[in-house]
Ligand binder design. Structure first.
Ligand SMILES: NC(=O)c1ccc[n+]([C@@H]2O[C@H](COP(=O)([O-])OP(=O)(O)OC[C@H]3O[C@@H](n4cnc5c(N)ncnc54)[C@H](O)[C@@H]3O)[C@@H](O)[C@H]2O)c1
Length: 246
């Protein structure tokens, strides 16, 4: 089940999971996007369902997870994709940020993930099948995030959640890992008024949604069966580059 799968990185993830043989439920607040994404996958011969709901609503989140498990006859993988800051609230320095905007960013990046993780953990334990959780994080979770403090703090929380899931549930065959992106070429980034960040990226280009999706598939695959509580960083070298001249 992929939440936020209607467009951007989530859309690439549903395609990649389907191509890898998974039956998927595409969940998105935008019903038309989810329907279109699932229809595209079915046309290509895959098993795919669409669901709509707002991850900020406890009831709707619960319904999406229960509904996905019902449609697929159980759940093996949860991927949480919904997140961001600039698409939802103004980018301002920390002292200028109000409580409401902080709450919004927290809701959309961490609170719903923690709820969804708790819900699927219960399901995985009931099923006695093990399970996988992959959450989309960001380099802002471990690098300074000017004018995106709430976003960075929430993304840092995802990695903490993954480490705890690893410690508490590895023995049950349940894993959780994070795919942390740098600057990825998506609608929100391409429209970013802060402009082109390519000069700061050692790889000389933005990452792609397909590259994020490939990491998300690997982490949920059997090849990654000994990998849990980890964060894979896809940032073209941004986070490891020192301030040294060439
Ligand atoms: N774009 C980047 O450069 C970048 C970099 C690093 C990490 N990320 C992370 O990747 C993830 C996806 O980013 P994106 O750029 O693909 O986003 P996007 O805005 O292109 O797509 C997000 C999807 O989530 C859906 N959505 C939004 N609010 C929702 C809600 N309340 N309930 C359910 N669905 C909702 C949207 O309809 C949309 O289909 C986010 O977690 C973001 O933080 C993005």
């Amino acid at each position: 089940m992929i939440g936020g799968g209607g467009t951007g990185i989530g859309r690439a993830i549903v395609r990649a999971y389907a191509a890898a043989g998974a039956a998927v439920v595409v969940a998105d607040v935008d019903a038309a996007r989810a329907t279109e994404a699932a229809a595209e996958l079915r046309t290509a011969g895959h098993t795919a369902h669409a669901m709509s709901g707002d991850v900020r609503s406890r009831e709707q989140l619960d319904d999406m997870i229960a509904g996905a498990a019902e449609r697929l006859g159980g759940l093996d993988i949860l991927v949480t994709v919904v997140g961001g800051q600039v698409a939802f609230v103004p980018a301002v320095k920390l002292h200028e940020m109000n409580d409401e905007d902080w709450e919004t960013v927290y809701d959309l990046n961490l609170r719903y993930v923690a709820r969804a993780v708790r819900r699927v953990l219960r399901l995985f334990l009931e099923q006695e099948t093990g399970g996988n959780i992959v959450s989309i994080g960001s380099v802002t979770g471990f690098m300074a995030a000017p004018k995106q403090a709430g976003y960075g703090a929430a993304k840092a929380g995802l990695y903490s959640l993954a480490r705890t899931v690893a410690a508490e549930y590895a023995a049950d065959g349940i894993r959780m890992n994070i795919v942390a992106g740098g600057a990825i070429s998506t609608a929100v980034n391409n429209a970013n008024p802060a402009g082109d960040r390519v000069p700061e990226i050692p790889a000389g280009r933005y990452g792609t949604s397909e590259e994020m999706a490939a990491a998300a598939v690997y982490l949920a695959s059997d090849e990654a069966r000994y990998v849990t509580g980890q964060q894979i960083v896809l940032d073209g070298g941004v986070s490891v580059r020192g301030p040294f001249p060439e």
